[in-house]
Design a protein around this ligand. Structure first.
Ligand code: PGA
Length: 246
């Protein structure tokens, strides 16, 4: 696993042109060498953000893609188009896509393959629902999602996002995060694994210090530069905590 933790912001369906001020603040801030920053704005802002972030330490990504290169798919965007607009990463299989658009593991796998075909890095999301956790099925669900949705591609990041922690303010305990991340690492070798779900400046250091946590996928708290940078700053603290613990 790389020493640089990836702090990825998923803006979801938020952000107008005026939000470029937040990106400017993220670009201008000195960031820890322990953190790589990535902002995934809505597709409407992708090209403008990529242009603005050129030459800076902030990468720009997309939130979803179609699996085909081009064709009769009204409203969809291919990985090649998103690469052309300046994306370096594409999130695939987010639980909101799985729930709102009926995306299955098989679809997510095709999307991840498309990301690789376009020469970009896929951030592939997996995670259990509250019902599944309460039924003691978490590790089984994770294993099934990994099996069904992860293709054999080089540039891959996994994001573990418990569905019940997304946008709720609830987070798993560090022990729960550690258990799932260890299980993913055991199956996936050296793949970078992000934790996602209600990450904020106040809990980031603790979550980022968990073994096999290689960064964070951040929704709500990525919209404001101050919060997002606060999370990025926690990577250094997390490193110090880990070093202190060993
Ligand atoms: P949240 O979203 O940080 O707002 O919980 C995380 C995500 O959905 O990636």
């Amino acid at each position: 696993m790389t020493d640089v933790q990836l702090i990825a912001g998923n803006w979801k369906m938020n952000g107008l042109n005026s939000a470029i001020a937040e990106l400017d603040a993220m670009i201008a801030a000195p960031t820890s060498p322990a953190a790589g920053l990535l902002v995934c704005p809505p597709a409407t802002l992708l090209a403008a953000f990529a242009e603005r972030a050129k030459g800076s330490a902030v990468g720009i990504g997309a939130q979803d893609c179609h699996w085909e290169v081009s064709g009769a798919h009204t409203g969809d965007l291919s990985a090649e188009m998103l690469a052309d607009a300046g994306a370096t990463h594409i999130i695939v299989g987010h639980s909101e896509r799985r729930a709102d658009h009926g995306e299955t593991d098989a679809i997510v796998r095709r999307k991840a393959e498309a990301v690789a075909r376009a020469g970009l890095t896929a951030i592939l999301c997996i995670g259990e629902t509250l019902e599944q956790r309460d039924a003691g099925q978490t590790l089984e669900v994770i294993a099934r999602q990994l099996e069904g949705s992860v293709p054999a591609i080089d540039r891959l990041v996994i994001a573990y996002e418990p569905v019940w922690a997304i946008g709720t303010g609830r987070t798993p305990t560090v022990e729960q995060v550690a258990e799932v991340h260890a299980a993913i690492a055991a199956r996936m070798g050296g793949v970078q694994i992000l934790y996602g779900g209600s990450v904020k400046p106040s809990n980031a250091a603790e979550l980022l210090a968990v073994p096999h946590v290689g960064g964070a996928l951040v929704g709500g708290a990525s919209l404001k530069a101050a919060d997002f940078l606060g999370i990025a700053a926690a990577t250094a603290l997390a490193g110090a905590q880990t070093a202190g613990a060993s």
